[in-house]
Design a protein around this ligand. Structure first.
Ligand code: AP5
Ligand code: MG
Ligand code: ZN
Length: 215
């Protein structure tokens, strides 16, 4: 199953990816997580990416397309993949189509999680996530059993540096300008599935399972 999870910042892509992963044997590929790993490892790419991330802008297409292309060539993508946060520009979507065509594959479902803007802000500003296993929590909507500690692995829960004030606002603007056009891109391809994300995670997941079951 070759699937893309789309939607504005804070829509619940990472949360749904965790649920999907637990039920389907396909790797979760989050470009945001990949960049955050590079930042914490202090690599050259991480240092460069951090400038864009902390200001709420997109990392340049050349960099992003390169890392996704390498990742999709890995063995574990043979049975499919779940892309989260990629593509985010029309250029990235076109590049993805080309890379997949070379591998004899295509995007089977572009699943878009839709959530109103005021809710997105509340979700992002209350988010905490595990430093180690990346599981996502929310101070109000999905709190861990023990404050500051990951239920799954005992890792430390931290707030993301881009989940504050002006950066959140900028990320929403960048989404509207550069990523929203992808809805039309996939509608034209006939593999677009829109999902109402303003419900409980379990309800959203049920709809995603319906889509996956229909493929
Ligand atoms: P990335 O990490 O992908 O961030 P994003 O797209 O802004 O999305 P988020 O991770 O913020 O939200 P999400 O949809 O995963 O929501 P979550 O499940 O966590 O990208 C970060 C940065 O990296 C970008 O700004 C850019 O600079 C760079 N980057 C990444 N990809 C790139 C690309 N392709 N090209 C260029 N640059 C790129 O949920 C949010 C919160 O809500 C959580 O607290 C969660 O517990 C809660 N929640 C989730 N679902 C529900 C629900 N149903 N009800 C109540 N609460 C919920
Ligand atoms: Mg995410
Ligand atoms: Zn953890």
């Amino acid at each position: 199953m070759n699937i893309i999870l789309m939607g504005p910042p804070g829509a619940g892509k990472g949360t749904q990816a965790d649920l999907i992963k637990a039920n389907y044997p396909i790797p979760h590929i989050s470009t945001g997580d990949m960049f955050r790993d590079a930042v914490s490892n202090g690599t050259e790419m991480g240092i460069e990416a951090k400038k864009y991330m902390d200001s709420g802008r997109l990392v340049p297409d050349e960099v992003t397309i390169g890392i996704v292309q390498d990742r999709l060539n890995a063995q574990d993508c043979n049975q499919g993949f779940l892309l989260d946060g990629f593509p985010r520009t029309v250029k990235q979507a076109e590049a993805l189509d080309q890379v997949l065509a070379q591998l004899g594959k295509r995007v089977e479902a572009a699943i878009n999680i839709d959530v109103p803007e005021d809710i997105l802000v509340e979700r992002m500003t209350g988010r905490i996530s595990c430093k180690d296993c990346k599981t996502v929590y929310h101070l109000k909507f999905n709190a861990p059993a023990k404050e500051g500690v990951c239920d799954k692995c005992g890792g430390e829960l931290v707030q993301r540096s881009d989940d504050q004030g002006e950066t959140v606002k900028k990320r929403l603007e960048v989404y509207a300008e550069q990523t929203n056009p992808l809805i039309e891109y996939y509608q034209k391809q006939g593999n677009f599935y829109g999902i109402d994300g303003n419900r409980s995670s379990q309800e959203v997941f049920k709809d995603i399972e319906k889509v996956m079951g229909s493929l």
